[in-house]
Design a binder for this molecule. Structure first.
Ligand code: DGY
Length: 324
């Protein structure tokens, strides 16, 4: 029996690639260069399942390549804003993602960013490496205490709740949250949290705001110049969700003007490019989309794709079906 042909658009952890190769005819992207639109279309055409990741633009042209064409897009990553889901439904192509297994690592990195910007860790490291550290003194790089402050979480899904757990139980933070739908009372109770009915209330009242909402047309530039102006000037913004939830130009301006004190970013509007204003600022911590970047999470993400592939080719229900 011929084995289903998979096309992986990027390199995956070696242990997962090896596991896939036991059951499938796997085509690897040996040099790990991003695929452009023609390459993605051609991959979709020759694969039985296309295995892209969050940086591949899987638009209607890729999905609609026509016969034979892959019947499954098994994406490596929890976010699916890079895939045109309407086109997938229209073409009868199933789509899966990899939820749950990156929740803790992304929450850990969110806390790292919050601490880094509050405690000016990036500035300190840059100063020390540049040989500019003149030694301890009472006024040197004084940051902001995190313990006991108010954290505003926008998006109380899996990752938002994992951040809440760390912030409330680890740092004694008070929690305020905004979520499109009501958060279960037992969840609010567990964090002694208050859910408010609009984003503005979070922005106006929190010392730290952390974004955990999905990227879609409702959340595009959810944090814009108007929203940033509502934040107190001592506040910090952390984004480990998706770049386009924040208007990067407006954020860069707010940080430059001191309208907010700091920010910690892991995601950007046009990755891997950053708004040039951000690079020049000391009060922003910039990480290169590292949320799920642990060997444990990345391996588990790959294995999650494998389970979806196995279910699909066995004709079973998809464990992580986004479409289909
Ligand atoms: C995802 O999976 O959506 C992340 O952004 C990559 O970790």
């Amino acid at each position: 029996m011929t084995r289903p042909h998979l096309v992986l658009t990027r390199r995956w952890p070696a242990s997962v690639e090896a596991e896939l190769a036991l059951r499938y005819d796997v085509e690897l992207n040996e040099d790990d260069q991003p695929m452009d639109a023609p390459a993605l279309r051609s991959a979709m055409q020759r694969a039985d399942a296309l295995c892209p990741t969050v940086t591949d633009n899987i638009d209607a042209d890729v999905i609609g390549v026509g016969e034979p064409g892959a019947r499954l897009i098994a994406s490596f990553g929890v976010g699916f804003n890079h895939i045109d889901l309407e086109a997938a439904v229209e073409q009868g192509v199933a789509v899966t993602n990899t939820p749950d297994v990156l929740t803790d690592c992304t929450a850990d990195l969110t806390i790292a960013l919050m601490l880094m910007c509050a405690r000016r860790a990036g500035e300190g490291e840059r100063e020390l490496r540049a040989g500019r550290w003149a030694g301890w003194r009472p006024t040197h790089l004084t940051g902001t205490r995190v313990t006991g402050k108010t954290l505003g979480i926008i998006g109380m899904g899996r990752i938002g709740q994992a951040v809440a757990r760390r912030a409330v139980h680890g740092f004694g933070m008070r929690l305020l949250c905004y979520n499109r739908s009501p958060v279960a009372p037992e969840v609010l109770e567990a964090f002694d949290a208050r859910q408010v009915s609009d984003v503005d209330q979070v922005l106006a009242s929190a010392d730290f705001v952390s974004l955990h909402c999905p990227a879609n047309e409702d959340t595009h530039h959810l944090i814009d110049a108007r929203g940033l102006a509502l934040m107190p000037d001592h506040a910090h913004l952390v984004n480990t969700a998706r770049g386009n939830v924040v208007d990067e130009a407006a954020l860069s301006q707010a940080l430059r003007d001191g309208a907010i004190r700091g920010a910690g970013l892991d995601v950007y509007e046009r990755e891997p490019y950053l708004h040039e204003g951000l690079l020049a600022l000391d009060n922003v911590v910039l990480l290169p989309h590292l949320g799920s970047a642990t060997i444990e999470s990345r391996t588990a993400m790959g294995m999650r794709v494998l389970h979806n592939l196995d279910a699909f080719f066995a004709g079973e229900a998809l464990p992580d079906g986004v479409v289909g």
